[in-house]
Design a protein around this ligand. Structure first.
Ligand code: NAD
Length: 366
């Protein structure tokens, strides 16, 4: 397994491979860049088939976090961790405690948050041995409601704000009344996004592989049920993928009928060039790492003691960032994903120069 010559290796500052024989913990932490601050990113638990697969994921995801935080103007760097194992079978308190002890050895250069396969309670177990976990504090959330640290409400609100910016840019309207939106995946983020849209008067279609999640959206929000095959291809104004990545690809893009793709799922483009394919079809794509930054913004403020109204205002800057991306894309003819990468690099350089730090090289996020 190559590391320094790995295709996803991008001048990462630090990689740690952790193993604890007693609990079966096998984990990798990747710190991509700390020029803007400590590297904050999720701790993912997944049954990777090979160590190589886990390494690829952690290298790619940690670099993505550098871009996401820079674009959201956060004083944070990019990092991520992966635990190799099936969360339903291998996750034990002992394993999580061992992960906490290992995180502590990094001295706060990396701060872990929840990700797929881990939850707020899991992070709290790690937190018995380290202060360097985030997204676990009980406090008043950005919306004035009690929060247990779960970033999903903030992610959903930021996605709603971003979707509104896309509608304004593409259709020239602020009112969402009667707007037709198809949401793929109505879990923690998708369901809350659906509720914001319903409250704004939008007409909703939903699909989720879990029938009870879909039922909840149908019964509580009056959404119309769609199918796995048609959810992305309905004749709607906006498609909001909020389930899984790589859904924008050679097979799906030619069949899209919506004018906008704006959803919270990470890594929506199967390959970077799908950005240009969307542009060619005149479909406005809200880059995933711009629109879904509400959660990381919320976690950042949890750590720095931001007041609810500050957090809300910061989340709402997602709309301004996207508008800047859309306008530049219109002016230059370049696809929105490419512009988002450029803007993240500009904000990264501006910050590091302003702080008197070496600007640091940033290669392009994939
Ligand atoms: P979640 O697991 O709560 O919800 C995902 C939903 O998608 C589930 O209801 C699941 O049943 C459904 N789903 C899975 N595969 C599907 C498929 N093929 N078709 C339709 N539905 C399917 O996760 P979440 O926290 O809501 O996150 C959703 C997406 O947003 C993920 O890609 C996540 O990485 C991304 N994201 C989440 C946050 C956050 O704060 N939670 C932040 C940034 C990005």
């Amino acid at each position: 397994m190559n590391v320094f010559s790995h295709p996803e290796f991008d001048q990462h500052e630090h990689l740690s491979f952790f193993c604890d024989a007693e609990t079966g913990l096998k984990a990798i932490v990747a710190i991509h860049n700390t020029s803007r601050g400590p590297a904050l990113g999720g701790c993912r638990m997944y049954p990777y088939a090979t160590d190589e697969e886990a390494l690829r994921d952690v290298l790619r995801l940690s670099r993505g976090m550098t871009y996401k935080s820079a674009l959201a103007n956060l004083d944070l760097g990019g990092g991520k961790s992966v635990i190799i194992g099936d969360p339903r079978r291998h996750k034990t308190e002992g394993l999580l405690e061992a992960m906490g002890r290992h995180l502590e050895t990094l001295g706060g250069r990396y701060i872990a948050a929840e990700d797929s396969g881990t939850s707020v309670p899991d992070l709290k177990v790690m937190g018995r041995y380290t202060r360097h976990v985030a997204g676990i504090a009980e406090r008043t959330g950005f919306n004035g409601l009690p929060s247990n640290g779960d970033p999903s409400p903030a992610t959903a609100y930021g996605t709603f704000i971003g979707l509104k910016a896309a509608v304004r840019h593409k259709y020239g309207q602020d009112d969402l009344k009667g707007l037709k939106v198809a949401i793929q995946g109505v879990g923690n983020v998708g369901f809350r996004l659906a509720r914001h849209l319903r409250d704004a008067g939008a007409e909703l279609w939903v699909y989720d592989i879990h029938a009870d999640n879909m039922q909840r959206a149908v019964e509580q929000l009056g959404a119309k049920p769609a199918t796995a095959e048609d959810i992305l291809f309905l004749p709607v104004d906006v498609v909001a993928p909020c389930a899984l990545g790589a859904v924008l690809n050679d097979r799906s893009i030619p069949k899209l009928r919506a004018g906008i793709v704006a959803g919270a799922a990470n890594n929506l483009l199967e390959r970077p060039e799908h950005d240009a394919l969307l542009k060619q079809r005149d479909i406005l794509y809200a880059p995933d790492f711009a629109i879904n930054a509400g959660g990381i913004i919320d976690v950042f403020h949890e750590r720095t003691g931001g007041r609810p109204e500050q957090v809300r205002a910061h989340i709402e800057t997602i709309g301004d960032t996207l508008t800047e991306i859309f306008n530049r894309s219109r002016r230059t003819g370049l696809p929105t994903g490419e512009i988002a990468n450029e803007l993240a690099e500009e904000r990264f350089r501006k910050h590091t120069a302003g702080a008197g730090l070496a600007p640091g090289r940033l290669a392009r996020a994939g």
